[in-house]
Design a binder for this molecule. Structure first.
Ligand SMILES: [Fe+2]
Ligand SMILES: [Fe+2]
Length: 417
């Protein structure tokens, strides 16, 4: 038996992601303490019974959990890091194969969630473009109340907490585009190249979007690390990375990146408005102001130059792009829901921030920011969100990170076959 295989739960349909209509039925609920909310296998005679953490109302996905998403996020960070040849590369390769199987299971579960809706999308060019553009108005997570609240009401601490989550979940749009364009047909490849060149500031380091985002991380004095990030945000980044790095999901990735361009302007404008209200300068708001405008053009170009010729050439790509777009929007929707409840509860702790933001920013000290919010979070969080803890010092974070890696190695999950 493969090391990660847990044979079907007694009396249930197989739970391998490819075969599951999602949710195992006879799952035993357990409460565990400590680091990894991991799935355990208890073997009784010939039967294997998967035991996993569930909460009332929480889907018992083995992938939509804190421990799995953190493990996948650490693995992505390590495997994409430029490195050097190492003596034990075979061990790394074994681990990569194992993680790729799990990553594939995760993606297949996300695909299954949207498959019906994606299959209903038109596959003719005009029909598909119209369907795709309609996602801006009625796609999952669109017009979430979180963004007007950020624009009009959130205080500085709340906005910083939101931004930290978003920055930690940012997979690097430029690299996703770069990885997606490999071996694409000429016209889509050219459009991805133009988009990438904009991400690169058209050759000017000061205009590069990634460093622009990093500058805001410094301005807001946030520390976007995996350990302080909700699994929903990590799942979004992990899903985008999985689509961009696995060629079998290349068209899903084109759809997912395209829907970011389609939907980012409104969210960016709301965030920029919140920053402006709190006294941040034009320069400090630049990343969001820029994307509120530039992505409108990027979206038009992407739809016309990448999506249209791709579908003209092969209508099957429409369904794949629909899947990718819906996966991205569903992941985003899960983030907004996870952000919204604690953020709104914390709303009563708002303080008057307009006009004093510049002074406050200078006084910001790491981890002094949102005790009330984090208390709210901790009390309301599910088991797999429990480890969000802003009070840990850097040494504790490093320890948690090392433990995460071990936990990732120890994950016992249904073999996604
Ligand atoms: Fe950008
Ligand atoms: Fe863009």
């Amino acid at each position: 038996m493969h090391r990660i295989a847990v044979k079907p739960i007694t009396g249930c349909t197989p739970t391998g992601a490819a075969s599951m209509p999602h949710r195992p039925v006879n799952t035993t609920s357990v409460i565990t303490r400590g680091l990894a909310a991991r799935t355990a296998a208890q073997v009784r005679g010939d039967e294997a019974v998967a035991t996993r953490i569930i909460d009332a109302g929480i889907p018992a996905s083995q992938f939509l959990t804190d421990s799995f998403q953190r493990g996948l996020a650490h693995w992505n960070r390590e495997r994409l890091e430029p490195g050097f040849p190492v003596a034990d590369w075979q061990r790394t390769l074994d681990r990569d194969v194992r993680m790729q199987r799990l990553e594939g299971g995760f993606l297949e579960e996300l695909r299954e969630e949207v498959a019906e809706e994606a299959a209903a999308a038109p596959t003719d060019v005009e029909g598909f473009i119209a369907w795709f553009e309609e996602l801006k108005a009625s796609g999952p997570g669109q017009h979430d109340a979180l963004f007007p609240w950020l624009a009009e009401q959130a205080n500085l601490d709340q906005l910083r907490w939101f931004f930290e989550q978003e920055a930690a979940g940012e997979a690097g749009f430029d690299d996703l585009v770069a990885m997606t364009q490999v071996k694409l047909p000429t016209l889509p490849k050219l459009e991805l190249a133009r988009n990438y060149w904009d991400e690169m500031g058209r050759g000017n380091a000061k205009g590069m979007h990634g460093p622009m985002l990093n500058a805001l991380v410094e301005t807001l004095a946030v520390n976007p690390v995996i350990e302080n990030t909700l699994w929903q945000s990590l799942a979004l980044a992990n899903a985008m990375t999985a689509m961009a790095t696995n060629r079998r999901y290349a068209w899903q990735s084109v759809g997912a990146l395209g829907v970011i361009e389609l939907t980012a302007p409104d969210r960016s404008a709301a965030t920029a408005k919140g920053l402006r209200r709190l006294g941040f300068s034009d320069k400090e708001r630049r990343y969001f102001d820029l994307h509120a405008v530039l992505d409108i053009k990027h979206s038009e170009d992407w739809n016309r130059e990448a999506i249209r010729p791709a579908v003209e050439e092969d209508p099957r790509r429409a369904t794949a792009m629909a899947e990718g777009a819906l996966i991205r929007l569903k992941c985003g929707e899960r983030c907004f829901e996870a952000y919204r409840a604690p953020a709104h509860q914390c709303g009563r702790h708002q303080r008057q921030a307009v006009g004093v933001a510049a002074q406050v920013r200078r006084r910001i000290r790491r981890f002094q920011i949102t005790p009330a919010l984090m208390r709210t979070l901790r009390s309301g969080l599910y088991e797999h969100q429990r480890r969000i803890d802003v009070n840990r010092d850097p040494a504790a974070l490093r320890l948690a990170e090392a433990e995460d890696r071990r936990a990732c190695d120890e994950l016992v999950l249904d073999d996604p076959e």
